[in-house]
Design a protein. Structure first.
Length: 668
């Protein structure tokens, strides 16, 4: 075997919502040590893959680091790999956003370093052959992709050529074994294991495309810095220099491609790297797909509804921007906000199965809202509209409300509001998790949105007020039928039918939405279709997503009511609280100073409570990972056979700007 070429790719993952202090700590802990080591050891060659915002921060705050990187590039000692600026999952993006993200990062690198990247990495190796033309058109000649996506017979120590629609890129299969976790393994033994692996790979094919094998190793910034600091990397360089037969050489993908152009054509199916893919089938539980088919990004969206909801919103805003024909500068600004929301951390977990926190998702929703605001401000007049189409790709049409103060999506499943984005620079108030028995000891049977309706027996209602899952899903899981949709008047009429209680009494709920600039008027008409009297509790539940992220278990909502004609504060900060005879309910998001007001036409009982969601952490320990605040209005139902009852709720969203002219609403 001739010389085995080793490409060491050092990758820096995004740091979630990073503060300047956390970036500075990461620089001092890792980046500074790595660059200093490389500068002092010219024989060490590596490739760097930065998170776009991290590189921009380095260029601004530590220009001396960028100066050293330029010197290392001039020595041909390092290569800076490109990619999407915000590390997006490329298959989920429209082509213009894929190309835009790549070009944004390319411009950042070339502006600071003076050289365009020729290769790139892909977040989580989230792959689909359909992205090949976009990569090619963006000037990317090769991509580093996890070897678990490559068929075993193709892992032969040679680059692969992937072609789609006449465009092609070269794939360097990457081993995640990287460097040893500590210095207990000697450099000589490590090199011997690499040689053995290369021999094994080359033996798998009788006719390799090249007799100069290459092994690409991926390691994270922290691990590489640790091996530089503890002397292991110095030992590796010494072992390479003393290698009698010179059988191993360090290189970079760019250098290797210049010297050895031979590649093997191959097809790589859509998928995700295996250590991440195992989390894509069962929520928060590692699972192998028995049939052997690869796990794709779309499996993640099906398994994790909150990921899917963010994707729906992202795709909606991306489409708005694509169809905007106003000021080009404004369109560019809106698109850059959109790109901020496309970070892969908001859609895919890390290898330990740690998913996007509430803060990461809400930060993405906020960026999407800001993008839409930029577009709106460029219009001569903004026209409110309510449209109907399959917004979330579930096979049923939803109702998308684009109003002055908010955007909302009303689903026919439960006839509830599944998305509520307030234009006051906030996230999605309907971005709620569900309890899972494995972690929370109980499971929710419906999606938690706003205006979710239940019909309970008295016993079920008592359990519900304590936060226990209860009831048989009336009407929270029913798919309502459209009775009328008036696009011009912004009115939606939906009808749901189900059976209640042990006697299976048929009941019908007609639910009418009238949408206005600052909220909704929701009318309920409940009819007893059975020949027997119906006695129950009608509960209208709204779930407000966490917005205060000072602690994982923080509940940032306050509640004020008018009960029995008297103003009162309802203490439901840490445990359930209730009031009867309520004519006015105001829920205030303290973090964003936004209030939500409920004014029922008939006094109701009110229950408020925080729900805490537990999820496994990186160490496997289950802990509180987020909260939702639940507010529910309840009325007694006592209907004779064929009888009906009607309730109406006026729901108003109050943002700080509107408070000045609407003092009558602010009772808190």
């Amino acid at each position: 075997m001739k010389v085995l070429h080793i490409c060491m790719a050092v990758t820096a993952g995004s740091l979630g919502i990073s503060s300047p202090d956390s970036l500075e700590a990461a620089y001092q802990r890792s980046y500074k040590k790595i660059v200093s080591f490389l500068y002092a050891n010219p024989a060490c060659k590596v490739s760097f893959s930065f998170f776009g915002p991290t590189f921009s921060w380095l260029a601004k705050k530590h220009p001396e680091c960028v100066t050293l990187l330029k010197e290392l590039l001039h020595r041909k000692q390092i290569e800076l790999l490109g990619g999407g600026y915000y590390n997006p999952p490329f298959p989920l993006l429209l082509p213009m956003d894929r190309n835009g993200q790549i070009e944004l990062y390319t411009a950042a690198l070339s502006g600071a370093i003076g050289k365009r990247p020729r290769g790139m990495t892909v977040y989580g190796s989230v792959w689909d052959g359909g992205i090949v033309p976009g990569l090619h058109n963006s000037g990317m000649e090769y991509v580093l992709l996890d070897s678990s996506l490559v068929a075993p017979e193709k892992r032969t120590g040679e680059p692969l050529l992937v072609t789609e629609q006449g465009k092609s890129v070269v794939v360097f299969p990457v081993s995640r074994e990287g460097l040893p976790h500590d210095n207990s393994v000697s450099a000589a033994d490590y090199l011997a294991s690499l040689k053995a692996a290369a021999l094994s790979s080359s033996a798998k094919t009788a006719a390799p495309a090249t007799d100069v094998p290459v092994l690409t190793l991926m390691c994270d910034v922290e691990s590489f810095a640790a091996r530089c600091e503890d002397g292991w990397m110095s030992g590796l360089l010494g072992a390479l220099q003393s290698d009698a037969d010179g059988g191993i050489a360090l290189t970079t993908p760019q250098e290797y491609r210049k010297l050895h152009a031979a590649v093997r054509p191959a097809y790589i199916a859509a998928g995700v790297r295996s250590d991440i893919a195992q989390w894509g089938l069962v929520p928060y539980t590692p699972q192998e797909r028995a049939a052997g088919y690869p796990v794709t990004m779309y499996d993640f969206l099906e398994t994790y509804p909150r990921n899917h909801a963010l994707y729906d919103r992202m795709l909606y805003i991306s489409t708005l921007i694509a169809n905007y024909h106003g000021d080009k500068v404004r369109k560019k600004s809106a698109r850059e906000k959109l790109w901020q929301a496309q970070t892969g951390e908001a859609f895919v977990c890390n290898p330990q199965g740690i998913f996007a926190t509430n803060a990461i998702r809400q930060n993405a929703y906020r960026a999407l809202t800001e993008a839409e605001k930029i577009l709106r401000e460029g219009l001569d007049t903004f026209t409110e509209c309510v449209t109907s189409y399959d917004y979330d790709a579930d096979g049923n049409d939803e109702y998308v409300c684009q109003m002055q103060s908010f955007d909302a999506c009303i689903s026919r499943r439960g006839a509830s509001i599944t998305e509520l984005d307030v234009m006051h620079n906030t996230g999605n108030y309907a971005d709620n998790l569900k309890r899972i028995e494995k972690f929370d000891r109980v499971s929710d049977t419906y999606e938690r949105g706003l205006f979710v309706d239940h019909l309970f027996t008295p016993e079920e209602y008592r359990a519900y007020k304590k936060g226990a899952p209860t009831g048989s899903g009336i009407f929270s899981r029913v798919v309502f039928a459209q009775a009328k949709f008036d696009r011009r008047r912004h009115e939606i009429r939906l009808t749901g039918t189900d059976e209640f209680g042990a006697l299976r009494q048929p009941v019908t709920l007609r639910k009418n939405y009238s949408i206005n600039s600052n909220g909704f008027t929701v009318q309920y008409i409940l009819r007893n279709e059975s020949p027997l009297a119906l006695r129950a509790q009608l509960v209208v539940e709204s779930n407000f997503a966490q917005t205060d992220f000072s602690r994982a278990d923080c509940n940032g909502y306050t509640v004020a009511v008018i009960s029995g004609g008297e103003k009162d504060d309802l203490d439901a900060t840490a445990k359930p609280g209730s009031r009867n005879d309520v004519s006015y309910l105001q829920i205030t998001d303290r973090a964003n100073d936004v209030s939500f007001v409920y004014e029922p036409n008939e006094n109701a009982s009110v229950t408020g409570m925080p729900l805490f969601f537990r999820r496994p952490g990186a160490d496997g320990t289950v802990r509180v990972a987020g909260t939702t605040f639940v507010a529910a209005l309840c009325w007694n139902v006592d209907l004779a056979a064929g009888g009906e009852m009607e309730k109406t709720i006026v729901f108003t969203i109050i943002t700080p700007k509107k408070r000045k002219g609407r003092k009558r609403h602010d009772i808190a």
